[in-house]
Design a protein around this ligand. Sequence first.
Ligand code: PMP
Length: 355
Amino acid sequence: MTTPVRLRPEIAALPPYRQGKQASPDAFKLSSNENPFEPLPAVVDALRGAVTVNRYPDATASELRAALAAKYGVTTDEVHVGAGSVSLLLQFIQAAAAPGDEVVYAWRSFEAYPGLVTVAGATSVQVPNRADGSHDLVAMAAAVTERTRLVIVCSPNNPTGTTVTTHDFETFMAAVPDDLLVVLDEAYAEFVTDPDAVDGESLTERHPNLVVLRTFSKAYGLAALRVGYAIGASSVLDAARATAIPLSVTEQGQAAALASLEHESELMTRVDRIAMLRDQVRQALVDQGWDVPAAQGNFVWLPTGEQTATAAGVFADHGIIVRPFAPEGIRITIGEPSSVDKLLHAAQQVRQNTS
Ligand code: PMP
């Protein structure tokens, strides 16, 4: 595309962010891995109390960081808060990788990674997932070169839903250089039920080159408020803080996140219900004959292959908006329990059309 001004060609060529299609009023929007639950009354109260909009918010989110530090047993300097974990990802990429440097990550994984690496001027090195949709950590370690400045590991992986095991992750950390930054993107950590899955929470003390990313968007249901956080060594977080656009985390976001931490057990009950529904949906899809990878986030992956675009249309006809990743598959969020029958009917019809 030609533009009237000179732009960085690799940026001009980037596709704009695609949001899942807006659902018609009676369709279920299962395309953005959102939480179907309304905010808790305590969160609504916190938002009502956060009405100072003529002043800038607390730039360092000090109260929220203190609450997160207490939750994880780390110091406040070992917590960094950003406007969604996607903005933190960009900060770490910019802090570590300059033009000519490489960023290694699995593919397919979170669709934002390639664009963020390009924005930083660095080069993406994508390592194909294994046939079951999981990261190939051995190949990812082998892909590290002298130019590699960052590796992103996504567990549970968006969009395939698989986790990496603690054992494989530790082997990976032992295989890569001690001074190579590793970001463990755990946006869906709270939905994990597999005891073998890595839990970054306990690992940053042992690995000063590891940063763990989490978010209030998914399990805590605050996607619109844009609050994510990183746990890691303070000197590494300082570098991210240096690249951050100041004052991006709103007072409303900080207040709602704090209220959510205060009512965490209630929120985690909701998370448990979503995880149980996820397991039921996955099992029903497997019973239909689908090869659905182990699902540990709030979504399942349907390998529809070349039929992906058509299949997304069948789901839409059934009132289910999904996220297609042609030509590989479809990602379906676990949302309202009342969406499940329609979802399974649509999957059954796609199955019949393709077999
Ligand atoms: N990481 C992964 C793996 C995700 O799927 C997402 C959201 N889709 C994010 C990070 C970003 O989430 P947020 O910016 O809302 O915190």
